[in-house]
Design a protein around this ligand. Structure first.
Ligand SMILES: Cc1ncc(COP(=O)(O)O)c(C=O)c1O
Length: 361
């Protein structure tokens, strides 16, 4: 892996290397690498804008209305990132000293630089989970602990769907929400990839978000917009969210140029089905490479490969791919991640499979 894009410390060096790769690069590291489509760029150029901190940007207002309607909530707020959307949700629902329950490995706990602790003064408790589906017995045990001055108040259950590309079944989510409600807890859904979950479950996005107090989702991942996420909930929750966004420095001015791209992205959410199909095809093709073991179920646009199922080292594979201008991600020392999105296609998948074959020939 020495010298690889994935471990190279400096972003300047990384960028230089990417430029040197030029055209023909297949970037499977994440769906966040997607570039705005020509339709998005056109909408951005033509967007009518105003000052959104004054609530006067017409594109942002349209986007917020459309986003809220999509998940059947009263209101929505456009924010710069999925992290900020989650942090606003925690801020809206909790008070300092409260505890937030999440599935083990949840983004809000693991990948947001301890922001919930730093910004809202909460403690986050991880509950055991399988493929992102929280262990319901463990959850119930936490939620129903006898009130005691020694323990924090569980104010919020924060769910995530999809979770590392896995679909958390809607029935399972509903059961977790029911348990939280019985214990008087509020519920947020980190739906950074909510539309992938909807496609994977074969339901409308509003069904994935049903029963939650707030839900966030990102335009900048598989939907392909360059920037932006949204948090949706009751009008009162979103009124509070506006103040917290300001506090976090997330109030944007002529944000309509970004909202315009996000509106195009939102309108095309059903396209995600193609990414899921490509990921499944990729997993099937990889499983046919001699020595490759069983690959876990592919629910959406991500293929996770465990070291134990590969006849070659993950680092060897990543380096060989990179020398062919194919980039993949590494979740940990023993798990590799391949993400399909609008900027990769069948030909890129074939090239990737060719590299895997070359390592076992
Ligand atoms: C599940 C989940 N939640 C939140 C985020 C944060 O989004 P952002 O990178 O826009 O802050 C991500 C980013 O990958 C994510 O995967």
């Amino acid at each position: 892996m020495k010298g690889s894009l994935l471990t190279l410390g400096s972003s300047t060096e990384r960028q230089r290397k990417l430029m040197a790769f030029g055209n023909g690069i297949a970037d499977f590291r994440s769906d966040t690498v997607t570039r705005p489509t020509p339709a998005m760029r056109k909408a951005m150029a033509e967007a009518e804008v105003g000052d959104d901190v004054y609530g006067e940007d017409p594109e942002v207002n349209l986007l917020q209305d459309e986003a809220a309607a999509m998940v059947d909530k009263e209101a929505a707020l456009f924010v710069p990132s999925g992290t900020m959307a989650n942090q606003i949700a925690v801020g809206v629902h909790t008070r300092i000293g409260d505890e937030v329950l999440v599935a083990r490995g949840a983004h809000v706990r693991q990948w947001e630089a301890s922001a919930a602790q730093a910004n809202s003064g909460v403690a986050i408790r991880e509950v055991g989970a399988l493929r992102g589906a929280i262990d319901l017995d463990e959850l119930a045990a936490y939620l129903h602990r006898r009130p005691d001055d020694h323990i924090g108040v569980y104010r919020l259950l924060s769910l995530e769907n999809t979770f590392n590309g896995n679909l958390v079944p809607i029935a399972h989510m509903n059961r977790a929400i029911e348990l939280a409600r019985e214990a008087g807890s509020l519920v947020h859904l980190d739906g950074a990839r909510l539309f992938n979950a909807a496609v994977a479950a074969g339901v409308e996005p509003s069904e994935v978000a049903a029963g939650t107090d707030t839900v966030s989702f990102c335009f900048s991942k598989g939907l392909g917009a360059p920037v932006g996420s949204v948090i949706c909930g009751t009008a009162e929750a979103i009124r509070q969210a506006r103040r917290i966004r300001k506090r976090l420095g997330g109030g944007m001015r002529q944000a309509g140029v970004l909202a315009a791209a996000a509106r195009v992205a939102l309108g095309g959410w059903r396209r995600l089905e193609a990414d899921h199909r490509l990921a499944t095809d990729l997993a099937v093709a990889l499983a046919s490479v001699p020595g490759v073991g069983e690959i876990g179920a592919v629910d959406s646009n991500m293929v996770l490969l465990e070291q134990k199922d590969l006849p070659f080292g993950i680092d060897t594979f990543l380096a060989a791919l990179e020398s062919e201008r194919i980039l993949c991600g590494k979740l940990s020392s023993h798990v590799m991640r391949i993400v399909c999105h609008q900027d990769v296609d069948n030909a890129d998948v074939e090239r990737l499979i060719g590299v895997a074959r070359s390592l076992v020939d």
